[in-house]
Design a protein around this ligand. Structure first.
Ligand code: GLA
Length: 391
């Protein structure tokens, strides 16, 4: 019975929500002077609203996205441009072309820049972990490379970058170990996280220092991360914020776990940033390409409701949240079109593939208004989008 009522509510209300959103968008389109409201304005008293960009946005090759980014956001993260793979040449030298372009773009538009990332187990060239003879690098060699890298990169952007994801994704997803297995850990030992934070703090004493990871809404992984932050603090390390990446889905994690994660890290005396926000329409079990032509309105409405509820949570905790950053400007730019299923169309962001605002955008602009409608509320607990199709 409850299921029938829910279905009826969705059938009746979801299309209306989508229609209203489309009217707004069409209005803003046909009347360019009536620009879209901007996320950065709506949340200006709460937190920065950021976005990850690539070099095509920064160097003007993707002008439409650049305009959208400048209009909506006040903070940028280089999606890849500041990772070792992009910054370092095979001969050990540096190539700052992409990173410089992204910083210059941000400066032209008065945006804050976040550095991402100084140490990660992925997107780091193999040579970094090898000695001259191809054998694993010694601890001394790897530490000297890390030291030089952090001094050079943090030094170059001193005063231009607000803070750094010093270490990205060090915590093990499962099992008894706190830290994941990685060449960094194997060669440098368990103290490598502490070491990286010390080096970054020394390279720029005024920069903010972040620990960044995903799935922190999972209680076991969150507990391990709490232990790591406590260990850093006990070693006298200044941790400005924990970044919870926010690669979330239409069905998970629960809103309660999202809020609990913010509260748990805030209790350690650090800020909590949402650093790579997106919302895949797929569950882990779904491997088909069901949304390649279109996304049903009820799925878009459910995504909107969840974004609204999330922004309500963020706003409630604005005293500890400095920044909410989306991982990409539009659905066309999302990494989720390539992972975990290559070439599958996902739709995780607030703007569609053509840069038009989705229902989720309007929900993020006015979460309280969106959720006043009981039908929108009920979408939060509906199973829409969770059914697995047989291949
Ligand atoms: C992690 C990294 C990001 C990005 C995403 C998606 O979350 O922190 O830089 O690479 O994976 O690939």
């Amino acid at each position: 019975m409850a299921g029938m009522r829910l279905l009826a509510a969705v059938i009746l209300v979801a299309p209306v929500a989508v229609m209203v959103a489309r009217c707004f968008a069409a209005d803003a389109q046909t009347h360019p002077s009536r620009a879209l409201p901007a996320l950065k304005d709506v949340y200006k008293d709460d937190f920065l609203v950021g976005v990850a960009i690539d070099v095509t946005v920064a160097n003007g090759r993707d002008q439409a996205t650049a305009a959208l980014v400048a209009q909506q956001f006040n903070c940028v993260t280089a999606e890849n441009g500041m990772k070792w793979d992009l910054l370092r040449r095979p001969d050990g030298g540096y190539d700052f072309t992409q990173a410089d372009a992204i910083v210059a773009f941000a400066q032209r538009h008065g945006m804050t820049v976040i550095g991402h990332t100084l140490l990660w187990h992925q997107m780091t060239p193999q040579w970094v972990f090898q000695g001259d003879d191809g054998a694993p690098a010694t601890r001394e060699l790897l530490l000297s490379r890390l030291t030089e890298h952090i001094q050079t990169v943090v030094g170059r952007y001193r005063g231009k970058v607000r803070g750094w994801d010093v270490v990205n994704e060090a915590i093990a997803n499962s099992g008894p170990d706190e830290l994941r297995d990685s060449p960094w850990r194997r060669i440098l030992g368990d103290d490598y996280v502490v070491e990286a934070f010390r080096l970054a703090a020394a390279a720029d004493p005024s920069t903010e220092l972040y620990y960044n990871d995903y799935n922190l809404e999972d209680p076991a992984k969150r507990d391990k991360t709490v232990r790591l932050i406590r260990r850093l603090q006990a070693a006298g390390i200044r941790v400005t914020a924990v970044g919870t990446q926010g690669h979330w889905k239409l069905q998970s994690p629960t809103l309660e776990e999202i809020e609990k994660t913010i509260q748990t890290f805030a209790a350690l005396g650090v800020k909590v940033n949402i650093t790579e926000l997106d919302m895949s329409l797929f569950t882990k079990e779904q491997t088909d390409d069901r949304y390649k032509d279109a996304v049903p309105p009820e799925v878009l409405a459910k995504q909107a409701a969840r974004y609204a509820a999330m922004f309500e949570i963020f706003r409630r905790h604005r005293d500890v949240i400095d920044r909410v950053t989306f991982w990409g400007a539009t659905d066309r730019h999302s990494w989720l079109n390539h992972q975990p299923v290559k070439g599958r169309a996902d739709h995780p962001l607030l703007f569609d593939r053509t840069g038009q605002p989705k229902p989720a955008f309007w929900a993020a602009i006015d979460p309280a208004g969106f959720l006043t409608d009981p039908a929108h509320q009920s979408l939060l607990t509906s199973p829409i989008g969770s059914e697995v199709r047989g291949d």
